[in-house]
Design a protein around this ligand. Sequence first.
Ligand code: AMP
Ligand code: MN
Ligand code: MN
Ligand code: MN
Length: 282
Amino acid sequence: MIDLHCHSTASDGALAPAEVAALAAANGCRLLALTDHDCTDGLKQARAAAEVHGIRFISGVEISATWRERTVHIVGLDFDEADAPLQTLLAQIRRGRTERLHRIAEKLAQKGIHGAAEGALSLAANPEMVSRTHLAEWLVRQGHARNPHQAFAKYLGEGKAAAVAHRWADFAEAVAAINRAGGIAVLAHPMRYKFSATARRNLLQEFKNAGGQALEVNSGNCRPNERIDCALLADRFGLLASSGSDFHRIGGYSGGVLGISPELPPACRPVWAHFKVPFQAA
Ligand code: AMP
Ligand code: MN
Ligand code: MN
Ligand code: MN
């Protein structure tokens, strides 16, 4: 009944923010954070809908960041969404996204696939927030891939035909911006990065040093053994534990069921006990 990681049409999700809150509530959720990529535009609508449905709502965002030339995602929770430096950082990241979109489209054009930037923009509710998810959907609609997963495998994934290197926000700056806005920084889906165990430990140590407070122990449909590994890592680095579905769309890529997550392993210290108004799981 807790979900602290999900997406709406404010980034690359399929449901409007209010629909996300309504569906989460219908699924039995009691504590929800909407965490769109690099954007807080959906929070107002989602919060209002959460109130209507009688569930607790927490501000959230999933910041795209660069650590040692690799992309990692940092979820911010329970921050002041009016915080100017945080919004400046998010706006910078979104400008980089738009610039990246055109570089990806150029690479696709070199492969004979034209009009990708315009196509992806036409599928995005927010023109500043075009993600590879929109590009994947467009590629499928144009018949260049059978499904989004194949679009990533052929074109958009790391090292694939239309992959481009991109610099997101500096990793430590992203953590600091969340903290300065009064929020808690959570390292998202630690097992999804294709890092060696050593690199992952280095990442966690630097995250901790930068002021990061929590690790996403329950992430989407991660396997039970990954959950245990994450719990051990959280313990080792003195991090709190978070839970989130990473829901994007009904029946689509990624994520578990919106609004719910498995129980945390017993040794974990839940992040929601550290919100400004702590949440008491029943
Ligand atoms: P971006 O932030 O624009 O680079 O896009 C990353 C997003 O693409 C992630 O948040 C996922 O929603 C989606 N994604 C990543 N890998 C895959 C994949 N293999 N299949 C489908 N969607 C993916
Ligand atoms: Mn996404
Ligand atoms: Mn992510
Ligand atoms: Mn996500």
